[in-house]
Design a protein around this ligand. Sequence first.
Ligand code: NAD
Ligand code: UDP
Length: 320
Amino acid sequence: MDERRWNRAVVTGGAGFIGSHLCERLLAEGSEVWCVDNLVTGSRSSIAHLEGRPGFVFVEADVTEPGGLASIPGTVGLVAHLACPASPADYLRLPIETLETGSSGTRAALELARRDAARFLLASTSEVYGDPLEHPQSERYWGNVNPVGPRSVYDESKRYAEALVSAYRRTHGTDTAIVRIFNTYGPRMRAGDGRAVPTFIRQALDGDPLTVAGDGGQTRSLTYVDDTVDGIVALAASGRPGPVNIGSGEETTILELARRIVDLTGSASTIRFVERPADDPARRRPDTGTARRQLGWAPRVDCSVGLKRTVEWFMRSALP
Ligand code: NAD
Ligand code: UDP
């Protein structure tokens, strides 16, 4: 199967950062898009350019509430389940809500897919690998997660969601897929969401010191949002179950990232070293062999280009 058009697609978390880009892509490819979001970390401004377009419907609802997805009419072809706070600052502020969204929210989204025999895609995360003892991380690695640490509200809710999705596939024959997304950045991230890229850009543009955690030697593999959306759509269209890693092979230390952003913005900001959060993973880079082989997917936007576009977007959106 390589059908890139679903008559009716539902995107939970569609008013969030990645969700808004996915809604835009699905709409451009000809699907009717139902964007379901409770706006806990997302915003109407991220989808303002889509509202009013034919085929786009916004539903303000919490996927964990009974009836949250009840207003969606029948014959849904795709349910892309992205709802979940994703920035560490957000999920640490919303610990129980995050666990509920991963558990009862995922169940409700799966039930919607089951109702209409739709394709279902779970936005999972590289965080299922925790602080990985294998490098790079392939989908065969089971991870190293502290189940009682502060990050567990996110990591374990995604691990539970993966288990639930797998059980629906085995028990009900639901046509499911799991994508493990690595650190994604780009336009429409919230300046105050606490993640490294928007935080550093905002600090650099304001001339404030960039708050680098620890000695900044920890690594991430930063993926531009268009590449992540390409991977999500390719997996949805492939009919494959996953899990599939979607992430860039360009691994960078957080200190290098901070310095690149200072250079790109031409800022006079300095670096301020701050305390490293508990259980912060030391290294992270995907093995993307599965995505390449099964989906023909490879990232196309390198970090220098993606960061430049993101900085430009932040500069434009800060204009009065
Ligand atoms: P985001 O916080 O911008 O978007 C999440 C959206 O979900 C928000 O609009 C929020 O309001 C909505 N939401 C949260 N709980 C909800 C609920 N109970 N009911 C309805 N809506 C709810 O985050 P993002 O970066 O766009 O992440 C989107 C998805 O991708 C998440 O599932 C996240 O775990 C996953 N992911 C993101 C990254 C990344 O680097 N951005 C990496 C790995 C996985
Ligand atoms: N980080 C940082 N300063 C910040 C925000 C984050 O040094 O102001 C670090 C954080 O400790 C982590 C890395 O940057 O090591 C990536 O953090 P982010 O929150 O962007 O993503 P995640 O931790 O979910 O990978």
